[in-house]
Write a protein that binds this ligand. Sequence first.
Ligand code: RFL
Ligand code: PHB
Length: 396
Amino acid sequence: MRTQVGIVGAGPAGLVLSHLLHRRGIDSVVLESRTREYVQERVRAGVLEQNTVDLLTEIGVGERLRREGLVHHGIELRFQKRGHRIDFHELTGGKAITIYAQAEVVKDLIEARLAANGTIVFEASDVSLHNFDNAQPSIRFRQNGDAVELACDLIAGCDGFHGVCRPSIPQPALAAYERVYPFAWLGILAEAPPSSGELVYSYHDRGFALLSMRTQQLSRLYLQCTPAEDIENWPDERIWKELHTRLAREGWKLTEGPIVQRSIAGMRSFVVEPMQYGRLFLAGDAAHIVPPTGAKGLNLAVADVCILANAITEFYRSGNRGLLDKYSETCLRRVWKVQRFSWWMTSILHRFDADNGFDRRRQLAELDYVTSSRAAALSLAENYVGLPMEIPHPGT
Ligand code: RFL
Ligand code: PHB
């Protein structure tokens, strides 16, 4: 098998990259270890920045998103039983976010790739990368038990945090920067109309809680818990009781409904530098992880592949490697700003067990400041709706 760009992973990063390249006349093959059903049902992110919505629309997968996505012009920060709205629309000159599940984004992208005769190999096992430090890289894998070799010019490692691409790079060539948080999120999907028109981020003595949604009939809710928490210890009544307590607000009520999905996810901040080695380029969660508090993971993955697609296009157009050589440097400027924002949102909203009374008063002062100072609210808003995309031009 031969292609121009071999892409490992059919998450948002790999699929958006493949479709962007296709639209620029560049051929790619996507290798995915899971089944199509699995990647289409995985419950993950839900918040899309305007940049992401614009890009999905531009590449022709924005139609259902436009019809079914919920456009939100602000979020609520809740603490001490009071709600404070951060008005994105007013603060950022009309920007918004869109609530549309990652699984739906993935469905739309797979459909578009297949409709354009794109190749996605699902259930590709034993994926391994070869010769990516010279001109003729290849990816070996098994398909239905048969060994296959895919020869390509470039490899995009879009296989998430636990993938094979990052560990394939010789360790001395990489530096990893990491922070693991002493808590996790217990997330549920509940068949209940969202109890609020906008997302609610709640700070509470018992720990953080988040009210989000997927549709007008489906709520997505999260509770801060310990990383070692056993989900078996969280029967429905306990989850609802904790949500009622942590989300309490004068004159407001949380609507309950049957819980149809539940899971616990650990939280970390992680960046590997550089995000490239020879002809291998890492994008999305394969290169970095953010805690979900800023709703940035998917959006950052999409930003990486925009930069990568642009550099690859230039490489094929002019034979010039300049933008490819700068890929990591270009991405990391945005990555670190998003890391900072996600860390900051996490640090002001969660309960840290090592904190004392001083720290908790400091957190409340920070929330009071963010919700009463226009400058502080604007800083939150411009990061939440998404920093501008900086796509370099050849020669810059
Ligand atoms: P993905 O989505 O993990 O896709 C990687 C793909 O690679 C496949 N794979 C392999 N394929 C072949 N060979 C191998 N050896 C392979 N190993 C792995 C995997 O099966 C998978 O299909 O990475 P990508 O594309 O970089 O996308 C990143 C996002 O998925 C992630 O950052 C977000 O989900 C993070 N995130 C959120 N991001 C947002 O922007 N907004 C949010 O509101 C938001 N909420 C969240 C989140 C992540 C969460 N969890 C579960 C970690 C909420 C949660 C709870
Ligand atoms: C979600 O809807 O899954 C969601 C929303 C906001 C976040 C994280 C996750 O910060």
